[in-house]
Ligand binder design. Structure first.
Ligand code: SAH
Length: 362
């Protein structure tokens, strides 16, 4: 399957192109290659992303000749979910296989919205000490069709009402991996998510979380306006470098600076960057830490999302107590920093933040 689905622009060099790898622009290029009119890309994408159609013969507004060519040179292939685990809170963890490794996608239904948490890599190179995915190490970058396919599969299920999957309203890149270290594929996937012939999501409903890869935040700012969340997790470099080795390369000051620059060119963030702060008992949760956080965020329009730490085997960390989390939150509120405490969903099926590590070889 990999040969078929690898992204290629020249259709003659491989057997078939997987259309789930192509944004509108690349789809147009493909149509020109097969000597068809580029505007047909709009219709084809509409079939794929609005009707979840993967059968060319059903694309009723395309000519027979075009349908035959599409069949000859392309395929619409998404990775199939082979495992499903449901939490008592309604969260569902879906897994598919790539290179004999499981990749996980989380479906999180809530009263007024339904979020999908997508993975961008298998494993992660950043090795944040409090994160189970980090403990797997880096395995591979997901291809565009593997990122888009996670959404396509779940939205297809939701499209068919009998599956009782709710309509997806929000997308977060908070699954496995560091999305900015798979920049090319993630930005093509974002094109498909945001394009009106693609999934047609509003930029206000798509969030990318990053550990703060400074030059790539700057690069993203030039091509994509979406909501971004910065995994800060500490209020000084000494603690942050211990928790997140990437801080030795891009320290707090540089990360906040580039987040602020992103904000200047962004409408999606509505003037405020989201700062994620994992609450670790006796590590970063004292009043002194809260004070320091207020100081470093003084000139950064931001809102803070406090994340109670989710446990995983053999970790030395503990989540902060509820009391400490509330004290921390109260202090920020008193100092005028808007903040919220994340409800960690799907903990019983290890589907909560930082628990994704299904590294089972088959
Ligand atoms: N690589 C991206 C996405 C990571 S997952 C990033 O670093 O932002 C989304 C969030 O969950 C990040 O803020 C991450 O730091 C946090 N996280 C990781 N492990 C966690 C854990 N065990 N408990 C709570 N949050 C965790």
């Amino acid at each position: 399957m990999n040969i078929i689905s690898n992204f290629q622009t020249n259709f003659q060099t491989i057997s078939k192109i997987n259309l789930l790898n192509l944004n509108l622009q690349k789809m147009r290029g493909f149509l020109i290659n097969i000597e068809e009119k580029p505007f047909r890309a709009n219709q084809i994408m509409h079939w794929i992303y609005h009707y979840f159609c993967d059968d060319f013969s059903k694309m009723s507004n395309l000519s027979t000749k075009l349908k035959e060519k599409l069949k000859k040179y392309s395929i619409i292939y998404s990775p199939k979910f082979i495992k499903k685990k449901k939490s008592i809170d309604g969260t569902i963890k879906w897994s598919f296989l790539t290179n004999k490794k499981y990749v996980e996608t989380i479906y999180i239904p809530e009263k007024h919205r339904t979020t999908i948490c997508v993975s961008s890599q298998v494993g992660c190179a950043l090795k944040c000490d409090f994160c189970y995915t980090g403990k797997m190490g880096f395995k591979k970058n997901l291809q565009v069709f593997e990122i888009v396919g996670q959404l396509w599969n779940l939205m297809k299920l939701a499209y068919d009402k009998k599956n009782r999957i709710k309509k997806i309203t929000n997308i977060v890149f908070m699954g496995m991996g560091e999305p900015l270290l798979n920049f090319k594929n993630v930005t093509i996937a974002l094109d498909i998510i945001l394009n009106k012939y693609g999934f047609n999501f509003s930029k206000y409903k798509v969030t990318l979380s990053t550990a703060g890869i400074v030059p790539i935040i700057d690069k993203l700012s030039k091509v994509q306006d979406i909501k971004i969340a910065i995994s800060l997790h500490a209020s000084n470099d000494q603690i942050r470098s211990k928790l997140m080795p990437i801080n030795k390369k891009y320290n707090i000051k540089s990360v906040l600076q580039s987040a602020n620059n992103y904000l200047k060119n962004s409408k999606a963030n509505k003037g405020k960057i989201t700062i994620e702060y994992v609450m670790l008992n006796n590590i970063n949760d004292s009043l002194k830490d809260a004070k320091e956080l207020v100081t470093i965020l003084k000139n950064i329009p931001s809102k803070v999302n406090l994340i109670p730490w989710n446990c995983f085997p053999n970790s030395m960390y503990k989540s902060s107590t509820k009391k400490n989390i509330f004290c921390f939150s109260d202090f920020l509120t008193k100092k005028g920093i808007f903040n919220s405490i994340r409800k960690n969903r799907g903990k019983d099926i290890t589907a909560a933040c930082g628990q994704l590590n299904n590294n089972i070889k088959i």
